[in-house]
Design a protein around this ligand. Structure first.
Ligand SMILES: Cc1cc2nc3c(=O)[nH]c(=O)nc-3n(C[C@H](O)[C@H](O)[C@H](O)COP(=O)(O)O)c2cc1C
Length: 161
């Protein structure tokens, strides 16, 4: 007996965001988004229909670390797995800390078919870590700039009392 497997139901119900792009890394248009799952649209506030065909650069902004996204490109061109995190921006413009793995997937041929990213908003997790740093040192520059990006100066004040 063959068991039925519906991969779409699984993708749509994963806890992490999934983004799939084509493999055109060069040029301002590429890579182009071909799929995002429900967790991804929930995380960023974008609707799926406004993203298909766009580039993931849509998420980038003032505080996005160019060194991190440069590393992603380098890793993919070398057929390696990328793992990193940087500031990205939701559709509303709200910054959040994106943590993601990105890699090529292959079909029957040796060339990559898609790039896949497993993505997670780790802002709240990082905020806890940064709060702890401020308890140890209220002038911790890394933690202060983290909360400055978020526009949450009240959080830092609480910890300096
Ligand atoms: C599958 C995939 C997912 C990506 N996801 C993100 C992302 O979540 N955030 C981000 O800032 N860049 C993301 N990127 C990186 C950008 O699309 C772009 O490739 C990167 O900025 C490097 O190219 P550039 O130097 O030409 O901008 C992703 C790229 C790929 C292929």
């Amino acid at each position: 007996m063959q068991l039925k497997f519906d991969w779409q139901i699984v993708l749509e119900n994963l806890r992490n965001g999934i983004m799939v792009t084509d493999v055109t890394l060069e040029g301002p248009e590429g890579p182009r988004i071909v799929y995002v799952n429900s967790a991804w649209t929930k995380m960023t506030g974008y609707r799926r229909d406004e993203l298909i065909g766009k580039t993931p650069r849509i998420l980038q902004g003032k505080h996005t670390d160019r060194a991190v996204v440069g590393m992603l490109k380098e890793k993919l061109l070398n057929r390696e797995v990328f793992h990193g995190q940087t500031w990205n921006y939701k559709k509303s413009g709200e910054p959040f800390l994106m943590n993601w793995h990105c890699y090529a997937v292959y079909g029957d041929r040796p060339d990559p078919v898609y790039y896949v990213a497993e993505q997670q908003d780790v802002t709240e997790l990082e905020a806890l870590r940064m709060k702890e740093r401020l308890i140890v040192n209220p002038n911790d520059a890394v933690a202060l700039s983290f909360f400055a990006v978020l526009g949450r100066s009240d959080t830092t004040e609480k910890n300096t009392q």
